[in-house]
Design a protein around this ligand. Structure first.
Ligand code: ADP
Ligand code: MG
Length: 234
């Protein structure tokens, strides 16, 4: 049952992100079209021809990258437990969220210098990060800032990820309802996103702490145990 719910939320996130992906893919395609038109001019010099061909290829690669990121989200994946390099996983999640953020005038700021390795399913962890980021972006209808940072506690052998927004915030009662299925304050919300987040982080033996202030913003603090070996990279 829980798997079905997770799958349902995943499809919803996917369909919403699809709209922004379509928008992002259209830009490089439009520019490719323009350059191909320029390339068809027989009077075009060799240097310009080379330059325009290179730009055309770069733009096509960009469209390709956007589509493959989107597909990696949509594709059902067999759960594989493995070491997750946090820096890479968070950079990837932020990359996937960037088109959605652009559409909403949200700036994503990352500071992932101190890196760590945690243990879990890469795809589930990424999904949890995307669900948090998506809620943060949706909490900033007039634009704002989404900050993604991580800090290692060598003594406690943990790493804490902070995902903070400058959005509408929540009351204490709202914060307490996070993680409960079907709790949503949105017109078209599923109220399943935070449930997925909590179940994934719990599955990784992690802890979630949410601090929020109405009218100011929300911060999620996610603390995860480091893997036994080769855990920190500075
Ligand atoms: P949905 O996004 O479909 O409403 P979620 O489970 O993802 O469902 O979130 C549940 C509710 O928690 C949201 O409707 C919203 O009221 C609240 N919420 C979650 N994250 C934030 C946030 N960063 N800022 C403000 N409210 C939030
Ligand atoms: Mg949500």
């Amino acid at each position: 049952m829980q798997d079905e719910i997770i799958q349902a939320e995943k499809m919803k996130v996917v369909s919403e992100i699809a709209a922004s992906v379509a928008h992002e893919v259209r830009n490089p395609l439009t520019s490719v079209r323009g350059f191909i038109q320029l390339l068809s001019d027989p009077a075009l010099g060799d240097r310009k021809r080379q330059e325009f061909s290179a730009i055309t290829l770069e733009e096509l690669d960009r469209a390709e990258a956007i589509i493959s990121d989107y597909l990696s989200l949509a594709k059902p994946q067999i759960e594989k437990l493995e070491p997750i390099v946090l820096e890479e996983a968070l950079a990837k999640a932020s990359q996937i969220l960037s088109s959605y953020a652009n559409l909403q005038n949200v700036e994503i700021v990352t500071d992932l210098k101190s890196s760590a390795t945690v243990y879990g399913s890469k795809s589930k962890f990424r999904q949890a990060m995307i669900n948090i980021g998506k809620n943060a972006i949706e909490a900033m209808p007039g634009g704002g800032k989404l900050t993604l940072t991580s800090a290692v506690d060598d003594h406690a052998r943990t790493v804490t990820i902070t995902i903070a927004d400058t959005g509408i915030g929540m009351s204490e009662a709202q914060v307490n309802r996070l993680g409960a299925p079907y709790y949503s304050t949105k017109d078209k919300g599923t109220g399943l996103g935070t449930m997925v987040i909590f179940s994934v982080i719990r599955g990784m033996n992690g802890q979630i702490d949410v601090r929020s202030k109405e009218g100011a913003g929300t911060a999620y603090f996610i603390t995860l145990p480091l893997t036994q070996r080769g855990e920190t990279r500075k």
